[in-house]
Design a protein. Structure first.
Length: 102
């Protein structure tokens, strides 16, 4: 997908791009900023990949729970996984599941 960069290094997306390509481009730009913030390992082995993947996964699980009003089976379906796998992952990630009462 052709991308035009301006002097301010802003990325201007091609309007004919697919939604996935546009999202991929946005994520890549944001990840560049995140990597810059987290990259300083202070002389130790970098855990950048692991840290970013945990953050992304945690965010997706929280979004799924909000969209499903805290219903784990619906949140699991939203993410395309089994409910037991979903439950194991939220436990591992330290996410608490509370249903929103309206």
């Amino acid at each position: 997908m052709p991308v035009k960069k301006t002097k301010k290094t802003e990325v201007i997306m091609n309007v004919k791009a697919t939604p996935y390509a546009a999202v991929e481009e946005i994520i890549e730009k944001k990840l560049e900023d995140i990597a810059t913030l987290l990259a300083s390992s202070g002389g130790r082995k970098s855990k950048l990949y692991e840290e970013v993947m945990t953050m992304v996964e945690k965010g997706l699980f929280k979004i799924a729970l909000r969209r499903s009003n805290g219903v784990k089976s619906s949140a699991a379906i939203f993410l395309g996984m089994n409910r037991n796998t979903f439950t194991d992952k939220i436990t591992k990630l330290g996410i608490t599941c509370e249903k929103n009462n309206k």
